[in-house]
Design a protein around this ligand. Structure first.
Ligand code: FEO
Length: 405
């Protein structure tokens, strides 16, 4: 299987329809590992695939050229979804030299026996002449590993961007104009939120470089290839990397016997109240209420990316917050989102360990605490529910303010 991007430049990757867990990323739509073959006087393969799919990649290459004719294998990133097939690929391409930066070589050496590989180390000022075309390289450290690099083909105005601008979807379509753009951007947002968020500053630097290139195609290593909606994905990355807020409130909670659940609903009601008080032509504040055991870390992180205000709730279990709530907060902390203003709430029986643990977490991550913790001993009373409802109104107003609406 292959798809032509431009004359003598083909996608030769693998669509992994069945992957459902990608180091905890919920790949509910599958994934692709995109590799590209450039046939010129010299032939270059850009990136490879996960180890189990090496034979598929080799077959795709064979459909376009003799394996012996591949001169270069460019490795933009050493993570195993792009490098796992390298041992098999390098053994099956007798004329190939691996092209990568020094950090990538060192990272590959920590994973594979590379002693028999011909390797050409390139630095950003180097280029690789293929005959009528020349490849150049830009290091993009920490987007999202230290050795990450992109490859640029000025003759055809193609940027092989590796993980940047990718999305986890398995499709037979290859290009952004062959799918619904809102769906692609939604998956690109999920990918960004869950994988790229901690490296926003480096992304902004990368965008400066990318904007200086003549671009007709951005060919990432996952998902659909950008050719029609390049301005849209660059603009979306700019917003995500700069931490642009939307007017929305996130309510994340876990509940044992629905007391904390009732409190979460009351907070949501307060947001409705606030929206009802707005002028008819004002955009309402958006809200998302997620029971963390009935959602996924991937969805939660995606919803959190541009949300400025959060209400975090948990019942008390063994004097602590509920375990999945703790997992969610650990995940959010690691992703280093732009700060969110927070409120802790929750129920308890004989000691309010759940909401107190959340309050401590808010202090730990230095999120501004916007109101006193709301606690409920067993079932929330009407007074407690009104307290939650009032908090919802206040949080909605704050979200609007933070989004500059
Ligand atoms: Fe798609 Fe960072 O690997």
């Amino acid at each position: 299987m292959w798809t032509e991007l431009k004359k003598n430049i083909d996608w030769v990757g693998y669509a992994d329809w069945n992957v459902r867990d990608f180091h905890s990323y919920d790949t509910r739509l599958g994934a692709t590992y995109n590799a590209y073959l450039i046939r010129d006087e010299k032939t270059a393969l850009i990136d490879t695939v996960k180890a189990p799919f090496a034979a598929n990649l080799l077959q795709n290459i064979r459909e376009r050229t003799d394996l012996a004719k591949v001169d270069y294998v460019v490795c933009n990133h050493a993570e195993m979804d792009h490098s796992g097939a390298l041992p098999e690929i390098m053994s099956q391409l007798p004329g190939a030299t691996l092209v990568c930066n020094a950090k990538c070589r060192d990272t590959l050496a920590a994973h594979f026996d590379i002693s028999s590989w011909r390797i050409r180390i390139i630095s950003p000022e180097d280029s690789l002449n293929l005959g009528t075309r020349t490849l150049s390289f830009v290091n993009i450290p920490m987007v999202h590993w230290p050795e990450s690099m992109v490859t640029y083909l000025p003759n055809d105005a193609i940027l092989f961007s590796n993980d940047a601008f990718g999305q986890h979807v398995a499709t037979t379509a290859r290009f952004d104009d062959q799918w619904n753009i809102h769906d692609i951007l939604s998956e690109a947002k999920s990918y960004y939120a869950n994988i790229v968020t901690p490296y926003g500053r480096q992304v902004l630097k990368t965008l400066e470089v990318v904007r200086g290139l003549k671009l007709e195609v951005i060919a990432p290593s996952h998902g659909l290839i950008w050719r029609k909606y390049i301005p849209e994905i660059l603009s979306a990355y700019q917003d995500w990397a700069s931490g642009k807020y939307r007017a929305r409130v996130g309510i994340l909670y876990d509940t044992m016997w629905e007391s904390t659940g009732k409190m979460a609903e009351a907070i949501e009601s307060g947001i409705y109240d606030f929206n009802g008080s707005l002028a008819a032509d004002s955009a309402p504040v958006d809200a998302v209420r997620l029971h963390v055991r009935k959602s996924t870390l991937t969805r939660i992180a995606t919803e959190m990316l541009d949300t400025p205000v959060v209400a975090l709730g948990s019942s008390t279990l063994n004097a602590e917050m509920m375990p999945q709530m703790a997992a969610v907060l650990t995940y959010i902390k690691g992703l280093k989102f732009r700060e969110k203003s927070g409120l802790a709430f929750g129920s308890y029986g004989w000691g309010p360990g759940g909401p107190e643990a959340i309050q401590k977490w808010l202090e730990l991550v230095k999120y501004p605490i916007v109101a006193d913790m709301i606690k409920s001993k067993y079932r929330p009373t009407p007074e407690v529910l009104e307290q939650c409802r009032q908090a919802g109104r206040n949080l909605a107003e704050l979200a609007m303010e933070k989004a500059g609406q």
